[in-house]
Design a protein around this ligand. Structure first.
Ligand SMILES: [Zn+2]
Length: 487
């Protein structure tokens, strides 16, 4: 996730026209008033006379935004993740993996994790969404209330609320339906706005630790979500493999140990605490740019561009002819692929050929069912220079997520289908090629379909019974974790 700097301008303007003393006292006042905020709100709500159900366990997801599998493996090897290795009992084993959705971006990905729905069903197709004929950037804190409308009645928090079960969110953007959540107060706003992500995480973990130390274990919620943003923020600026990136991970690992302490303590008091550590996407380092807005200007494109840097969508105007546009774009080797909806499935095309991904709603043939979604996908690829078609037949989701298809790249097929099939007919989805950014060279970017961007870790402490050992798709995670006995 990358935050909008408009908030920074807002805080800067406050600073410039008010005295520093007033600014300081404002910070102080808000700091004191909210110090025990979430504990207070939680205990008020649960003590309000309502009866609560509980399965007697607390399940916690720690989401490290932007942590790829390769990145975690490196940190484990360097000794920068000692506490994580110990808590999740890795004993030198490689961490279990999950597959991020397509596009591999924070807002579509976290919405899938928290709702259990693929992108096609929750309809957040990028960090930018096209709403009422305008481009809305979900990264901007101003749009977070809008983001909640996508989560309403669908988030795990809302589902648990319907079951009269309690949940808590330590995430500034994602909280809809939770019993209590952290407010984006002035202080946290400043850390986000000044891009001091490390301090933002420190505050998040501090309030989580305060929560677990002050709320008696028998009153802990059934589900807790903790969202940490510094790994992503620093990797965007300095690169995923940079020294600052490495150091920031060591700091997180140390701070997490203070949180793990409360979970060990709860176990001694008889509380079952199951913890998952996972991520929404990984990273690649851009080597070159392909300035998409300039290219579209040059070919006299009339519509709207939603540019998420490694992935983009273009909304066609009445005057744009799709066929000729697809032809011009797919010839460029900076584009990994261009995709759009067809009557039967989705069509993908690049300079090497074209393919069709189809979906069969008949779930009876698949042993895997995910919430209200299950899938059989079929992928047919036709190379330009002739040669044989690749036709895998209809396959269940789990087929694509097995280890050999993570190596071959086929793992992205179901996610491509889910990320493109729900997009309106007049839109095209573009994926940047290896090492290409559609905007500018930065330390790191993501959004595309490479394994560095899409293969993420999934670690478990006190694994629920029956939790699959195969790699899980992002939209499968929440049901398997919170409702393990229903499949
Ligand atoms: Zn990001």
């Amino acid at each position: 996730m990358k935050l909008d700097i408009s908030l920074l301008n807002f805080y800067n303007s406050i600073r410039s026209f008010r005295s520093l003393v007033l600014g300081m006292s404002l910070l102080g006042a808000v700091g004191c008033a909210t110090r025990n905020g979430i504990v207070h709100r939680y205990t008020e709500t649960i003590g309000s006379g309502q009866t609560w159900n509980s399965d007697g366990e607390t399940k916690i997801i720690i989401l490290i935004d932007g942590l790829s599998q390769s990145r975690l493996v490196r940190s484990l090897r360097n000794g920068d993740a000692k506490n994580i290795a110990k808590f999740f009992v890795l004993n030198g084993k490689p961490p279990q993996t999950a597959i991020a959705g397509f596009p591999s971006l924070t807002y579509p990905g976290l919405t899938s994790i928290l709702t259990g729905l693929p992108v096609s069903e929750h309809q957040i197709f990028g960090n930018r969404v096209f709403l009422d004929d305008r481009v809305v950037k979900l990264e901007s804190p101003r749009q977070w209330p809008l983001l909640q409308s996508y989560l309403r009645e669908k988030s795990i928090f809302s589902r648990l609320r319907l079951e009269r079960r309690r949940s808590v969110s330590f995430s500034y953007p994602f909280y809809e339906g939770s019993t209590a959540y952290v407010y984006r107060n002035f202080e946290a706003g400043v850390h986000y706005a000044t891009e001091d992500y490390r301090l933002a995480d420190e505050k998040t973990l501090e309030s989580a630790k305060r929560f677990f130390s002050q709320v008696p274990v028998q009153e802990w919620p059934d589900f807790v979500f903790i969202h940490l943003v510094s790994v992503d923020g620093i990797a965007h600026n300095d690169g995923d493999a940079s020294a600052t990136s490495q150091k920031s991970f060591r700091v997180i690992d140390e701070q997490l140990d203070g949180l793990f302490y409360h979970f060990y303590a709860a176990k001694k008091l008889g509380r079952t605490v199951r913890v998952m550590l996972t991520s929404d996407h990984g990273f690649v380092q851009p080597q070159k740019t392909f300035l998409l807005d300039k290219f579209l200007d040059d070919i006299k494109f009339h519509g709207t561009l939603l540019n998420d840097r490694r992935v983009a969508r273009i909304v066609l105007d009445k005057e744009d002819v799709r066929e000729s546009l697809v032809k011009q774009i797919s010839q460029r080797n900076e584009i990994e692929l261009i995709g759009f909806k067809r009557k039967k499935g989705i069509w993908i095309q690049n300079s090497k050929g074209s393919g069709l991904i189809e979906f069969d709603h008949d779930s009876r043939a698949c042993s895997v069912k995910t919430g209200n979604h299950s899938g059989r996908y079929r992928y047919v690829w036709r190379p330009n220079g002739g040669g044989s078609n690749i036709d895998t037949g209809f396959r269940c989701t789990e087929y694509f997520f097995n280890t050999s298809h993570i190596k071959s790249g086929l793992f992205s097929i179901p996610m491509l289908y889910e990320g493109i099939s729900g997009v309106p007919d007049n839109q095209l989805t573009l994926v940047a090629g290896v090492g290409v950014s559609f905007e500018s060279i930065t330390g790191g970017e993501h959004g595309g379909i490479s394994s560095d961007e899409m293969v993420v870790p999934l670690l478990l402490h006190e694994e629920p019974d029956g939790f699959p050992s195969r790699p899980l798709g992002q939209f499968e995670i929440i049901d398997k974790f919170v409702y393990p006995n229903q499949h």
